[in-house]
Design a protein around this ligand. Sequence first.
Ligand SMILES: Cc1cc2nc3c(=O)[nH]c(=O)nc-3n(C[C@H](O)[C@H](O)[C@H](O)COP(=O)(O)OP(=O)(O)OC[C@H]3O[C@@H](n4cnc5c(N)ncnc54)[C@H](O)[C@@H]3O)c2cc1C
Length: 316
Amino acid sequence: MQPEPLDVIIVGGGSAGLSAALMLVRARRRVLVLDTGAPRNGVAAHMHGVLGRDGWSPLELLERGRDEVARYGGVVRGAEVASAEATDGDASGGPRFAVSLASGERHVARRLLVATGLRDELPELPGLAEQWGTGAVVCPFCDGWEVRDRRIGVLATGPRSLHQVQMLRQWSPSVTFFTNGAELDGDASAGMLARGIAVEPRVWASVAADEAGRLSGIRLVDNAVIALDAIFLGPRPVPNDALLTGLGATTAPAFGDADWVGVDPTGRTSVPGVWAAGNVVNPGASVPIAAGAGSLAGMTINSDLIEEEIRAALAG
Ligand SMILES: Cc1cc2nc3c(=O)[nH]c(=O)nc-3n(C[C@H](O)[C@H](O)[C@H](O)COP(=O)(O)OP(=O)(O)OC[C@H]3O[C@@H](n4cnc5c(N)ncnc54)[C@H](O)[C@@H]3O)c2cc1C
């Protein structure tokens, strides 16, 4: 293990956290990445729309990333961070942070980056969780191509579902919108009718699967089954931001009904010395966007450390 204080502790080793780590270790910073190893898209066998890595396994990408960080001396460990606190700064006034692991172990660093992602809260629908990441997915850009021209169902889970269902029409002529008994307003239903999208108003009962466990359709309250090849939905995104809010990072209502930690374009939070990147602050971040945000956060953290080093050098 490297001597402490470390330059940077990164909590979360997904696309955002590992991209930040790569920039920092290449800048000769002492970096510790702590990660529980459950990336959001770990449920999916393949990822798409990732330039140069289209169709790769998400877990393989992160394995490669961990190797790249380790090659430059960064340490990536499988561990859960239970809490983080600001501790007394050094003589030059730079901040210091201590993180405590679930095991009780503690580490101290000059800067902290939180890249812990989010949880997708699925609507109550028996059988849906079993299909999550395979038969039931969230992102048309990620999974639309694979089900082009097939039978696609879209669950009405919130106002953005109206956009999602219209979007999916560009991948297939066979799209059904499942309203679960909710009334559609006139404009929305006219737009669907005009583009040949079927509207299914009956209340949904469960997700149906074949003997091998593959999605076969949606069973409605009257036991009718609408056969489908894919379900798209918008789960409620819940940020894994307890470490950030525990440190006092400012939140504001954003992205639906939850409060989200606010960051500047470089990922800087309202707490001096604390950055956040990826899905923990932006539910719309795909793998390349999360990686880009992490990369920029890493570069900016490095600049912030240089400022502290200039102050320390001037102070003698
Ligand atoms: C079903 C599905 C399919 C998707 N397909 C695609 C696709 O094809 N292409 C694409 O670009 N995007 C896809 N995405 C989006 C993709 O999952 C996200 O863009 C990406 O995971 C965001 O990266 P991240 O680093 O912000 O978070 P994550 O990848 O979720 O990484 C966060 C990491 O932090 C760890 N962690 C959390 N809390 C702690 C803690 N307290 N201590 C230590 N570690 C912690 C987690 O275990 C995890 O490893 C998909 C998403 C879903 C749900």
